[in-house]
Design a protein around this ligand. Structure first.
Ligand code: ADP
Length: 845
């Protein structure tokens, strides 16, 4: 630049041309006017200057002077401008939205702009006491320090670094810092830094990195294999899952995807690929077989996404899913469906599917075979084919199955065949309305016409058997009545005769008659009881009774028999057993009488002992064991079981000698078990036997009873009493009359219920003895009338004692229900009859 100016100023001359080099030197080396003379002297020496040179030097002089003047002016001006510009820069720095700071050569702050103070949160004076490293996040301090150390060492003027700092309030900022080193006289003396808060962009970058990482991981770990292909079908990328899914050991990048397709699928695959590269976006799922490194084929489902146009992908993204297992499952499903279809087809049972309203939506082939239809009934209502009498029942049962949402109980109905007659069908309905593959009620049916026939037969046979059993029971009941009535007379008269007293021989005959009659009564009672047990008609009482008295009484009956055989009768009436129990005293009495009777029967010398003890007690319940022990002939071990069987007598020869029906123990065992008890036997031949009956009772809350029959042993006297005896059997009338009149009471006879009412309507009586089964009007009917509101009798509250032929609890219940006050079994036990008459007369007095 100077050269050009210079040449302009001095003009062109020979000297200038010749001294070109000189000139150049001048122009290069000389910057100030005073240097010019020195310079000329150094190159020209002391030789005198030519005129031309003088002129030239003069001109250069002038030029430099002018230049220096200009430079002087310029300096004045630029100082002013510098001030201005510095001012401007300072303002700019202060107003800037970046942190500006300077440090000394040790890194201690020497200046921080306002924005910096604000951003860093420290007051300026505090900042100026700090080193820049004190603000750096601890884990970064080392890195940052070494970075700047290197910069200083390398004398690198500028640098840029990003790192986190912590503000006064503990807030973390990411900053990007431009640092310029400053030098004074060639010596490093500090830094100038421009710092920008890059937290937001840093976070965005971080987020982007994380998100990118996440997507990369997702793709890498996806169960689907993700492959990116170029336009030729070459693999540009494959995800990690290509190893896990197909077993490859290295990426397939670079290979053609078509190398992996099954030959049979290849053409289709190429065709589809060629089509797809021209269409943006996603394909339909396609299925191919894909080769694994071992040469096996895996079924894959592929979805392609043409992203050739997307600059970030520039390829076709293929999602491949291994569906080999699914394929296997589908195949198995098809086979299984086929199998079930065949099963249904060949099944002899019928499968029908109906809608909730009964419309048939499926019928299995066996449906046609069974009912003979040649056309399908699909679309018709199943109920139209049911027998009219069965429709309601079938609908109700099916309705229930629908509501319960499950399988119904078997439903029986008649179904119309093609020929118009009906077949019996048994169906089980299964509500599968909610099952998408069925949406109906599945009816599994089979023909039961034959079974129905057999069932009908069975019902008929059963009814016959029941009728026969009833007839037997009726017969036994009638027979017992028929036998008891004359027996009543026989026993009654025999007793009367015995009381009268005759000579020894006659008395022996009379005792024989009495003994035979008693035995006969026993047999009748046994047979009756047994038939009741067999027909399940037996029921038990639940009444309060004194068990201690019951034991004493049942033993007393056998006193004379034991005396006859010279046997000792022992009673171990254990005081631990509660006095009053709730249970059936009559049946307990019957059990004890059976066992004691047997013990006496089968014992010839020694004793018979009756004992009882409490086995267990809890709350108000107790189990009592009654034992009847004898020193008789005993029972061999092998017979212990069979003696409890009905009609079994252990040893026929012995039985013949001792008599009996073989029913006693069977009845005893049944009576025990039906009450929830148990019976056991311990016996040794020729030593003796012990039968133990354990029975459950409730403990009564009633007080200890006192026997009714205080009168036993006292003189019997009913003088002044008017008793009406209602009895159709003349003999029994006579016996009753004889007995009662013996006690000084007066008797009137009525032949049936209606006669009794007539008599009671006109005459006053103190008590009625009422037979139950009589012609014209039974004892029950008569009593009901007497007690009724429309009664005509003079004393509707008159005590009535029933005369019953049996002691069954049903009979007793009926007696009390009819309104009678008590009962006495025929043949009468005179003591019992007397005490009951006394009891009821007392009650009204
Ligand atoms: P039976 O009417 O014959 O007594 P049971 O059923 O009462 O019928 O008894 C069946 C058989 O058990 C008797 O025939 C007898 O052989 C035997 N038996 C019963 N009790 C005794 C006993 N106390 N001692 C010996 N044998 C007995």
């Amino acid at each position: 630049m100077i050269n050009i100016c210079f040449s302009i100023v001095i003009g062109t001359s020979n000297f200038f041309v010749v001294k070109n080099k000189f000139l150049y030197v001048i122009c290069c080396k000389i910057h100030k006017v005073h240097q010019l003379d020195k310079f000329i002297q150094s190159v020209w020496g002391d030789k005198p200057l030519t005129d031309e040179m003088k002129l030239f030097v003069g001109k250069v002089h002038t030029y430099y002077q002018a230049l220096e003047k200009i430079a002087e002016k310029k300096t004045e001006k630029s100082e002013e401008e510098l001030k201005l510009s510095e001012e401007r820069f300072r303002n700019m720095i202060e107003a800037a939205q970046d942190i500006f700071y300077t440090t000394d050569k040790d890194g201690n702050y020497t200046y921080v702009n306002e924005f910096g103070v604000e951003k860093l949160g420290f007051p300026l004076n505090e900042l100026l006491t700090k080193n820049y490293t004190q603000l750096i996040r601890e884990d970064y301090v080392k890195t940052v320090k070494s970075f700047y150390f290197k910069q200083v060492m390398a004398k690198q003027k500028f640098s840029y670094l990003e790192f986190p700092i912590i503000t006064k309030s503990g807030f973390e900022l990411w900053v990007g810092q431009n640092v310029q080193l400053s030098y004074s006289g060639g010596e490093y003396n500090g830094t100038q830094a421009v710092v920008r808060d890059i937290t937001v962009s840093k976070k965005a970058t971080e987020d982007l990195k994380i998100s990118e990482e996440r997507f990369r991981n997702l793709i890498q770990n996806s169960l689907d294999v993700i492959t990116v292909l170029d336009e030729q079908g070459n693999i540009m990328y494959d995800s990690f899952s290509v190893y896990t899914q197909f077993g490859y050991e290295k990426p397939l990048i670079g290979s053609s995807v078509f190398d992996f397709f099954h030959p049979d699928d290849l053409e289709r695959a190429k065709e589809q690929f060629a089509k797809h590269i021209h269409i943006k976006g996603i394909t339909e799922p396609m299925e191919y077989r894909f080769r694994t490194p071992s040469g096996d084929w895996r079924h894959v489902e592929i979805i392609g996404n043409n992203l050739l146009h997307d600059p970030s992908i520039k390829g076709i993204v293929i999602n491949s899913r291994d569906i080999t297992e699914r394929k296997k499952f589908e195949k198995a499903l098809v086979e299984s469906e086929e199998r079930f279809r065949k099963l249904v087809q060949y099944s002899t049972d019928i499968t029908t599917v109906i809608k909730a309203d009964g419309t048939i939506i499926y019928e299995s082939p066996s449906f046609f075979r069974l009912f003979g239809y040649s056309e399908s009934l699909i679309g018709k209502n199943v109920f139209n084919f049911l027998h009219a009498e069965d429709i309601q029942k079938a609908m109700t049962e099916l309705g229930r199955a629908i509501q319960m949402g499950g399988v119904s109980d078997p439903i029986e109905f008649r179904f119309k065949t093609a020929s118009g007659d009906y077949k019996y069908i048994e169906t089980i309905g299964n509500n599968l309305l909610a099952e998408p593959s069925i949406e109906g009620i599945v009816l599994n049916s089979r023909e039961i016409t034959e079974r129905k026939k057999v069932e009908k037969e069975l019902v008929r046979a059963k009814n016959q058997a029941v009728a026969a059993a009833q007839a037997k029971s009726d017969f036994l009941s009638n027979m017992s009545h028929e036998i008891r009535t004359p027996m009543n007379a026989i026993v009654g008269f025999t007793n009367l005769l015995i009381e009268k007293g005759f000579d020894k021989e006659v008395m022996e005959y009379l005792f024989s008659i009495k003994y035979s009659a008693d035995n006969l009564l026993f047999v009748i009672n046994d047979i009756l009881d047994f038939s009741k047990i067999e027909s399940g008609k037996i029921s038990f009482e639940s009444i309060d009774f004194n068990v201690h008295e019951l034991l004493e009484d049942s033993l007393k009956i056998f006193k004379s028999k034991a005396d006859e055989k010279g046997l000792e009768l022992k009673l171990d009436n254990n005081k631990d057993v509660p006095q009053m129990l709730v249970g059936d005293p009559f049946r307990l009495n019957q059990i004890l009488i059976n066992l004691i009777g047997n013990a006496i029967k089968f014992t010839n010398k020694g004793y018979v002992e009756v004992s009882m003890k409490t086995v267990s007690t809890s709350n108000n319940k107790t189990n009592i064991a009654f034992t009847v022990k004898d020193t008789g002939i005993g029972i061999a071990k092998d017979k212990h079981g069979i003696v409890f069987e009905s009609f079994n007598q252990g040893y026929t020869d012995i039985s013949r000698k001792f008599g009996g029906t073989g029913l006693g123990l069977a009845i005893t065992k049944n009576l025990t078990q039906l009450q929830g008890g148990k019976i056991s036997l311990s016996s040794t031949v020729k030593v003796g036997s012990a039968f133990t009956v354990e029975l459950p009772f409730r403990i009564s809350t009633k007080k200890v009873s006192h026997r009714d029959n205080d009168e036993v042993g006292q003189e019997k006297n009913l003088s002044g009493l008017r008793i009406l005896v209602v009895e159709d059997n003349k003999m029994n009338q006579f016996v009753a009359k004889q007995i009662i009149e013996k006690w000084n009471a007066t008797t009137t006879m009525a032949n049936n219920g209606s006669e009794a009412i007539q008599i009671l309507t006109v005459s006053n009586f103190d008590l009625v003895l009422m037979d139950l089964q009589m012609p014209e009007m039974s004892g029950y009917q008569a009593t009901e009338f007497i007690r009724s509101k429309s009664t005509t009798v003079l004393n509707p509250a008159i005590p009535i004692i029933a005369l019953t032929a049996d002691a069954f609890s049903e009979t007793k219940r009926k007696v009390f229900e009819a309104g009678m006050d008590d009962f006495v079994t025929k043949p009468f036990n005179q003591e019992e009859l007397y005490s009951k008459i006394i009891k009821h007369i007392r009650n009204i007095k």
